[in-house]
Design a protein around this ligand. Sequence first.
Ligand SMILES: C[S@@+](CC[C@H](N)C(=O)[O-])C[C@H]1O[C@@H](n2cnc3c(N)ncnc32)[C@H](O)[C@@H]1O
Length: 395
Amino acid sequence: MTKPMNLDGMPNGLMEVTTWQDRLLQWLERLYASPKLYQWSLSNPLTRWITKRRTQQIFDLMSGFVYSQVLLGCVRLDLFKMLYQRPLDLQQIALQTKLSEQALQRLLLSAVSLGLLERRSQQRFGLGALGVPLAMHPGIGAMVEHNHLLYRDMQDPLGFLNNAWLGTMADYWPYAHDEQAAERAAQDKFSRYSDLMASSQEFVVQEILGSYYFDEHSCVMDVGAGKGRFASELALHAPHLKLQLFDLPPVLELAKATFQSKGLLDRLTLSPGNFLHDTLPQGADLVTLVRVAHDHPDEVVQQLLQKIHDALPVGGTLLLAEPMAQSQSQSAYGPQQTDAYFHFYLLAMGAGRLRTPEELMQMMSKAGFVVIEKLPNNMPIHAQILLGRKDKCLP
Ligand SMILES: C[S@@+](CC[C@H](N)C(=O)[O-])C[C@H]1O[C@@H](n2cnc3c(N)ncnc32)[C@H](O)[C@@H]1O
């Protein structure tokens, strides 16, 4: 169904443990498992915090589903927007949400314990530090609501690993696992996922616009442009640019409306098509590929990178941005929990997978790109950014 992850360098269960690091880690594993060490570390003020933190982390893993349901409950009641207006007490919130005070109180206290809400004077509730972004950015609430589909599909995690595409998420993304499904899909399916992508794209747009200077370019083609949110914000950010959008025909209809509403139609060229079997149009000196590669299997991504390379002029640039997996060198600084989310999300969605920056850079190199680099950006949790150039010295 999906290509196995690249596990190069990972210890093979059948192989003998040979390196000194493996031996050290195995020794530490045995040490951590010792009940005596547990008792000792709790009694020692210097190490107590480490053991307490580990225990809390295990508790969080076990109860994560409850946390996300508390969040979903608050989103569905629109509590964040409500309490952003002004703090309210239990009675006032019950009146607005039409829930009994008794039931509501559990939700509110749980949300307080998670930092989503906060207790205020006169028995009122206000926004907690984690509730503020939810009040300000509707895209986060939209993703919380959308994740409900994923969690429904994942109720039996092992059954899900074998039959991921039988769930509701696969149906939500018509193009991601079966080309015929995309051809059969009605317009409302394209609008539904394009709306979600546009509302969740805000943070990715900020990362790209804050990390790369577009001055040297004159025309940008956004491949898999969706509703055109990134491209239209780029057009406002860099008024000298012309924009070319490539996506499936029903999606580009929506992008046109976005550009029209922002008065940017005169700088726009629409190129409807399917990158599985169409070539990409020429004319742009920068191609952007934002949250597209991870939706597709390796063969499709390799082919797409090749088509982008072919469409660019010599010296042209590819900018690829999407959430990426933690590479082995990064894992020395501790695990990156967002990887777990994307591994499962992309499986539920279709045939794509989360790749490390190094894997994507290798694929870019295979397609002919040179001077490939990773741009530093502030919030890699939203997206990491890779750049590659089409060599000026072509054979
Ligand atoms: C996950 S969305 C990302 C949209 C946008 N770049 C963003 O970050 O919000 C992937 C986009 O790729 C488009 N896409 C998927 N398969 C495609 C194909 N075979 N040809 C053209 N576009 C495709 C989808 O229609 C969708 O708009």
